[in-house]
Design a protein around this ligand. Structure first.
Ligand SMILES: Nc1ncnc2c1ncn2[C@@H]1O[C@H](COP(=O)(O)OP(=O)(O)OP(=O)(O)O)[C@@H](O)[C@H]1O
Length: 349
């Protein structure tokens, strides 16, 4: 039984906020058609955080852009569905997508200046975001802006509202960009490595604020990161991407305590840990694949210590154990030879 049929057989499952089905995204490049997302699928429920992880170039950001309708002119969804509250976003035109973004769904970028306009005061930018999507008197809207900045841990929000972006520190700018994304109470947030450029203490504060926000508002969130340790503390589920495919998916506990795919095990093995002096940092040998020349079977096989002749065929995403009668995400792995590597689990790290 495939993962999809198991997931749809779960009893009394609430409708997901987002369901991505067999998503394929390509770019036209000079060298040819680049297949960047190659059959990604998952469900995301209200109040849940999915951590999308993988090495640079694995297709995490393009998955986020595809969902949000933010692909540039060279990119397109070539197959699949992106069901947001049941509506297929892949079929909406640019105008309809624009009206959903900043309103019912929002994206947060690594660089806050992708959101902020350098020549406009913060209050002007925030008020514009509110006015574009809802009716609110100016005083009420300003109060809403102040509260939203305060919610993101910004001190003296009334003063910050009068500032220009360059008058704020990098961490503060990112908090403001996140506050703008939150202004209209989105049902879905996609955060693309928003804390990667910040120092670790500010990163930890923002992660904890985001976690609280999800608990309070029930927003569903995708947190994109190359860093498993960041998503470990924040996400409910993890999807590990390699060469545009999900190779392992499940709850944080399942994926980190019982990783089955050699690639997930490699990512966990490369994490620095508290007892690092007793354990050598491991590397995943070899290079990420050339997307223009993907192997016919498992894309990870050329780097995989467990590869066998059968890996010339493409493995499907299959459940690790028989699905129980719970609504928790079924732990799945895309590998013909999955297996535990207990010395690499989070508890051993
Ligand atoms: N606009 C584009 N045109 C052509 N190729 C693109 C475009 N955007 C992304 N790509 C290619 O798609 C692949 C995946 O990129 P993506 O940004 O999704 O990776 P990622 O997993 O998010 O990595 P990173 O953490 O480095 O951002 C890369 O090979 C990249 O070069």
């Amino acid at each position: 039984m495939s993962h999809d049929s198991i997931a749809s057989a779960l009893p009394h499952e609430a409708a997901p906020v987002l369901e991505v089905k067999d998503l394929h995204t390509q770019f036209d490049t000079r060298a040819g058609v680049l297949p960047v997302v190659n059959g990604v699928g998952f469900r995301l429920h209200k109040g849940k955080v999915l951590g999308l992880v993988g090495e640079s170039g694995s297709g995490k950001s393009v998955t986020g852009f595809s969902i949000m309708g933010l692909l540039d002119a060279a990119g397109r969804i070539s197959a699949g569905e992106v069901l947001f509250q049941g509506q297929d976003l892949a079929k909406l035109d640019a105008r309809a997508l624009r009206s959903l973004r900043g309103n019912r769904m929002a994206m947060i970028f690594q660089d806050p200046m992708a959101t902020l306009n350098p020549v406009l005061r913060i209050d002007v930018q925030m008020l514009e975001t509110i006015r574009a999507h809802r009716r609110m008197g100016k005083l009420e809207a300003l109060e809403h802006c102040r509260k939203t900045l305060a919610r993101m841990g910004i001190p003296s929000p009334a003063e910050r509202l009068k500032a220009y972006p360059h008058q704020l520190s990098g961490g503060m700018r990112q908090r403001v960009a996140i506050a703008i994304a939150l202004l209209n109470d989105p049902e879905l947030i996609i955060a693309d490595e928003p804390t990667t450029a910040l120092d670790v203490t500010i990163q930890a504060q923002i992660l904890s604020e985001m976690q609280q926000l999800v608990r309070e508002t029930g927003t569903a969130m995708i947190w994109i990161s190359h860093d498993l340790s960041v998503v470990a503390g924040l996400a409910d589920d993890i999807a590990v991407m390699y060469a545009g495919r999900i190779v392992e998916h499940g709850s944080v506990d399942d994926v980190l305590d019982n990783p089955q795919h050699p690639y997930t095990q490699g990512l966990i093995g490369s994490l620095p840990s508290a007892n690092q002096r007793q354990r050598r940092l491991q590397q995943i040998s070899g290079m990420a694949p050339n997307l223009l020349d993907l192997p016919p079977g498992c894309a990870f096989a050329p780097r995989c210590p467990r590869a066998q002749p059968r890996c010339q065929e493409p493995p499907a995403l299959e459940p690790v154990a028989a699905a129980g009668d719970t609504t928790a995400t079924v732990h799945t792995v895309r590998c013909f030879f999955p297996g535990a590597a207990p010395e690499l689990s989070r508890s051993a790290a």
